[in-house]
Design a protein. Structure first.
Length: 233
């Protein structure tokens, strides 16, 4: 009788059907959906959506593509969900700081300047801890006209809250500000540039980059919104 070359079924790892929970998930570990999002976010940030086949994401999670499709029927849905995930984490980190800015805006002066510094520091802290956020957005911005809905859903709402707080302070006469959208955009781009510089810097140079960027950021904010900055340009 011919000896089978196949591995005995008892020796092969059981293959999960679509939607079947992983053992780690059943034991309280991260869900399959969360693992897919983690791996997809890293790969989309490194390669962009065009350079990231779904089979590569599935392989890193340890599932097959059909199981991935059970959670995300198309790459576009997965790509959108990655932005939604990083946006949710960013909002959770920054929402208290944005609320503090809104409260300080009517007073102007040092309370407003302190709230702005705290928000800017919090934003940079978040990006330094989650650098894939920067690279995910930079990949998206390589084509300004494609996937613009991602900006509207996952970037502009939070930035708009900061812009409105600055505009309300200007209308109250506590600060000088006519283009808050340019200010916010400039700080956002500068912060993403800082994270990019950190990634490229030698380990010995990273602390200097952190110190110098935060020093520039504080000087920038104080020049615009520090005490006494109420005169009309």
């Amino acid at each position: 009788m011919r000896k089978s070359s196949e591995t005995p079924s008892a020796a092969r790892p059981a293959r999960r059907g679509p939607g079947r929970p992983r053992r780690a998930e059943r034991d309280g570990g991260p869900s399959t959906r969360e693992l897919i999002l983690r791996e997809a976010t890293e790969l989309f940030a490194a390669r962009g959506p065009e350079g990231t086949p779904l089979r590569d994401i599935a392989a890193r999670v340890g599932i097959d593509v059909s199981s991935l499709h059970h959670h995300f029927p198309a790459k576009e849905a997965l790509y959108d969900a990655c932005f939604e995930r990083v946006h949710a984490a960013e909002r959770e980190a920054l929402a208290p700081l944005v609320a503090g800015l809104r409260e300080a805006a009517p007073a102007g002066g040092e309370p407003l300047a302190a709230a702005l510094r705290a928000l800017a520091d919090g934003f940079v802290d978040f990006l330094e801890e989650h650098p894939h956020t920067t690279f995910l957005w930079l990949r998206r911005w390589l084509d300004p006209t494609r996937d613009a809905g991602l900006d509207e859903a996952y970037a502009l709402p939070l930035y708009g809250e900061v812009e409105r707080a600055l505009l309300e302070a200007a209308q109250a006469g506590t600060v000088r500000e006519t283009t808050p959208h340019v200010t916010v955009r400039s700080l956002v781009w500068a912060a993403h540039g800082h994270v990019t510089a950190l990634a490229a810097a030698a380990p010995a140079d990273r602390e200097r980059e952190r110190y110098e960027f935060r020093l520039w950021m504080r000087r920038f904010l104080d020049a615009l919104y520090g005490p006494g900055r109420t005169e009309t340009p």
